[in-house]
Design a protein around this ligand. Structure first.
Ligand SMILES: *[C@@H]1O[C@H](CO)[C@@H](O)[C@H](O)[C@H]1NC(C)=O
Length: 376
């Protein structure tokens, strides 16, 4: 056993005491981190897969193309999306190339791309190593997917149940349990609830102030997490909200200047409340609930926006495509909007979504800070 293994174990013992561990960046132990990260990464390269499968629920940040077959405007299966993907193929990923779930599957040595559940022919191996059920523009507010006609989180769970049936057909009941037991589940949604449903349509803002709306979202989050837990998930990473007020569309709607403070404050309130919920769920049933880890992406995205140059980005405010055209914000379409020359300069690809290179920075951050809390 090398020191790195011992070190990892020490960090784990110290920190993964409860079944549920909630981590704030501020409390992350710098010592463990700096000494182990590089070694852990090297170990991962030598080892086989760190999980059996990656199984994802959520919105466009995690959607590899589940919206392609839907009657919705929220699709990315056209240029310039995918312009840096293999063969420049617009797969439905909301990025110029890969999205976070692909980098996660790669980083865990599972596979190169995490496929969508819908619309592709899967091999048995594809299914056994995980898929994404995520649907761009969905959210925890039941109204959010209805407004844009995308897949609700409840329906994503129904697809998961169907998927589980397919696994049983391939691997039997016991083999399926092994896949689920060893899988990493990732949940990422909520941005569209606040950015779209709350701040763009009148349906909720007419009746709820921000704290009351966050309460409504928390009801959805709790219900969803209980349902995921009931399906046997053992490890769940729950991704918090980014600084919503800093994405190009929100800046434009807020007057085109800096980040919109009010929208960032709403995201921070939600993040704080979600962390409280996750803590409570763990305390309520420490043995029965999965290891549930809150993953902060607010900090790293704010840093990308504020200090882009440190990461090699010269444009942190405007998207590569659709710059300044806020109201058609969700989507970029090369037929109507100019596309930038050098996407590698940009943190954002369109008016909402980071570029592949920014996503890589974000996933590297997640791996550096959170893998050990997921017992990986
Ligand atoms: C969770 O499951 C219950 C019971 O099946 C269902 O009524 C509820 O809508 C589900 N919630 C979510 C968010 O999926």
């Amino acid at each position: 056993m090398h020191t790195s293994t011992a070190m990892r174990r020490t960090c784990r013992t110290a920190l993964v005491a409860a079944a549920v561990v909630v981590v704030a960046l501020a409390t992350a132990p710098a010592v463990c981190e700096s000494q182990t990260t590089k070694q852990q990464q090297q170990q991962q390269k030598k080892k086989g897969p760190l999980v059996t499968a990656v199984i994802v629920f959520g919105d466009s940040i995690m959607d590899p193309g589940n919206n392609n077959g839907l009657h919705t405007l929220v699709k990315a299966n056209h240029a310039p999306y995918g312009k840096d993907f293999a063969n420049h193929e617009p797969t439905g990923r909301f990025s110029n190339g890969l999205i976070p779930t692909d980098f996660m599957a790669q980083g865990l040595n599972v596979k190169q791309l995490l496929p969508p559940y819908l619309g592709v022919e899967h091999t048995p191996e594809d299914l056994l190593t995980g898929v994404s059920f995520a649907s761009g523009a969905t959210g925890f507010d039941p109204l959010t997917p209805i407004i844009v006609n995308v897949i609700s989180l409840e329906q994503q769970l129904a697809y998961f149940d169907e998927y589980r049936g397919k696994l049983v057909g391939i691997a039997g009941e016991e083999g399926t349990r092994r896949v689920i037991d060893g899988a990493l589940f990732v949940v990422c949604a909520g941005t569209d609830d606040i950015a779209n449903t709350y701040y763009t349509t009148p349906f909720r803002s007419a009746h709820y102030d921000v704290p009351a709306y966050v309460d409504l979202l928390l009801v959805g989050v709790e219900s969803f997490l209980r349902n995921v837990s009931a399906r046997g998930a053992k490890r769940v990473g729950f991704v918090g909200l980014p600084p919503i007020g800093c994405v190009p569309s929100q800046r434009a709607m807020g007057g085109g200047g800096g980040c919109v403070a009010e929208r960032n404050a709403a995201a921070r309130l939600y993040n704080a409340r979600v962390q409280g919920l996750i803590r409570r769920l763990g305390e309520e049933d420490p043995a029965g609930f999965p290891t549930l880890v809150y993953i902060d992406i607010y900090t790293v995205i704010q840093d990308l926006v504020d200090n882009g140059a440190r990461y090699g980005f010269s444009e942190t405010k405007k998207g590569c495509c659709g710059t300044g055209t806020a109201e058609v914000a969700v989507l970029c379409d090369a037929r109507f909007l100019p596309v930038c020359d050098d996407v590698s300069e940009h943190v954002f690809f369109d008016s909402y979504h980071p570029t592949q290179r920014a996503y890589k920075v974000i996933v590297d951050y997640i791996f550096d800070h959170y893998l050990r809390f997921l017992n990986l």
